[in-house]
Design a protein around this ligand. Structure first.
Ligand code: NDP
Ligand code: HSE
Length: 438
């Protein structure tokens, strides 16, 4: 039964940066709409942030720099953690859960790497730990996987799940901009992590994929089993050559469940220009999900930024406000997906996956080079699907090869042989190629 005289839900925000301040603003801007929808007002009663700007917290009754003081404030029912990083975020969340307070976090690193302990603490204390904003910014993908698709056996996920990386690849391709210049803009726009290596080296996407694979397949959260490769080795030439072959390069998180064997991997990927994900550009993210009942569904929208991420944080607050308005202490545990993970699943090492590959090889411009390379591939049982040879630069040329599907371990052997040829310079740039359902 909805109570019309619900006591307001009182929240405290730890960390008033891009996401935390966005959340404070959104709760103010859309207050009327939100309380009409929830049947309960939401009041921000305490803010704790390292560098306090009084103008930003003028409307908040209590403010300071100590997140533990916020957790200990008896007035705070719900703690929002938007500081990022491992400490003090982990201890703040744990303390809040132990005190019987619900917690909402945008911190995917913490959920992916320490989620098992934090969910156990939440469960033991009969409270919730929500994290919609931790994956794919404003896209409600956690709700989609947990609620909307709950009837399905999910066999695969493929997504662009880092806004900064997609922004960089898009700008390098469409506007021929330099990597570092676009990264600096992503930082100024509030998209990037405090340490942008997390974006560029694929760690942030791997955190998000670890979380999604856990919800979709029932895999225990284990970040160390997620294969992680970033976009820093992608050159403007790769983008141009891929384009000539009919592909876009996207940084994808791919999770596949085949029987009891899972693949969980993040890496740059060539996808055909005809696929929907190839047209997801800029800071936008998208996740393609295959369910056995529904078929393919795709979810897309802004993957980072203050307003988009605040939209997801506030959705989690609204869930708690609705629960309060219904007279319950917390949403049902089953809805939160804190059920026992499956113990029969294994994650395949990257050497055991099968894929097609794009190879860019820098070679001396001499007769017979191509024969030597194809012979190395043949020895490893790998066939070639397409080859292009690029214009000569000083004494060298780039050869670009698309292979047929091969076992990664076999490809590694072939690459080692090719790199040892005296006509080949430096490391081969290898990018996996994926064919998706849409
Ligand atoms: P910001 O750096 O913009 O904000 C973090 C805020 O927390 C800053 O105000 C910072 O203070 C404060 N803070 C940091 N450490 C402490 C501390 N020990 N005590 C008190 N306050 C502290 O980061 P974002 O808002 O971008 O990111 C926050 C979280 O949200 C991260 O986990 C991130 O991964 C996640 N996220 C970010 C998205 C985005 O688009 N930016 C999207 C989705 C998730 P100070 O100002 O002094 O540095
Ligand atoms: N740095 C992250 C990104 C923020 O660029 O996607 C959103 O999680």
């Amino acid at each position: 039964m909805i109570s019309n005289s619900c006591i307001p839900l009182k929240v405290g925000i730890c960390g008033l940066g891009t996401v935390g301040f966005g959340t404070l603003q959104l709760l103010k801007t859309n207050a009327e709409e939100i309380s009409r929808r929830t049947g309960c007002e939401i009041h921000v009663v305490h803010v704790a942030t390292r560098t306090l700007d009084q103008k930003k917290v003028a409307s908040v009754p209590a403010s300071g720099t100590d997140p533990f003081a916020l957790v200990n404030d008896p007035d705070v029912d719900v703690v929002i953690e938007t500081m990022g990083g491992f400490e003090p975020a982990f201890s703040v969340i744990k303390k809040a859960l132990e005190k019987g307070k619900h917690v909402i976090t945008a911190n995917k690193a913490l959920i992916a790497e320490h989620g098992n302990e934090l969910f156990a603490t939440a469960r033991a204390n009969n409270v919730t730990l929500s994290f919609e904003s931790a994956v794919a910014g404003g896209i409600p993908i956690i709700k989609a996987l947990r609620e909307g698709l709950a009837a399905n056996k999910i066999s695969s996920l493929a997504g662009i799940i880092n806004g900064t990386g997609n922004f960089i690849l898009t700008e390098m391709g469409a506007n021929k901009r330099q990597f570092d210049d676009v990264l600096a803009e992503a930082q100024a726009l509030g998209y990037a992590e405090a340490d942008p290596k997390f974006d560029v080296e694929g760690i942030d996407a791997a955190h998000k994929l670890t979380i999604m694979a856990s919800i979709a397949f029932g895999l225990p959260l284990d970040f160390n089993k997620t294969y992680t490769e970033g976009i820093s080795k992608i050159t403007p030439e790769d983008i141009i050559y891929a384009d000539e072959l009919g592909y876009k390069i996207k940084h994808l998180g791919i999770a596949v469940l085949n029987g009891t064997q899972a693949e969980v991997r993040v890496h740059p990927t060539l996808i055909s220009k005809s696929q929907l994900l190839a047209h997801v550009n800029g800071v936008d993210n998208a996740v393609l999900v295959e369910g056995n009942a529904v078929g393919s569904t795709m979810y897309t929208g802004p993957g980072a930024g203050a307003d988009a991420t605040a939209s997801a944080v506030v959705a989690d607050i609204i869930d708690l406000a609705r629960t309060k308005a219904s007279g319950a202490d917390r949403p049902p545990i089953a809805m939160l997906g804190y059920l026992e993970p499956r113990s029969d699943l294994t994650v395949l090492p990257i050497e055991d996956i099968r894929s097609e590959y794009y190879l860019r090889i820098l070679v001396d411009d001499k007769l017979g080079v191509m024969a030597k390379i194809t012979s190395c591939l043949q020895d490893a049982g790998i066939s070639i699907e397409a080859v292009i040879q690029k214009e000569r630069v000083s004494q060298t040329v780039s050869i670009v090869i698309l292979t047929d599907t091969a076992l990664e371990a076999d490809l590694n052997k072939a690459l080692t042989s090719i790199e040892s040829l005296d006509v080949v310079s430096g490391k081969i740039n290898r990018i996996r190629v994926a064919s998706l359902a849409k």
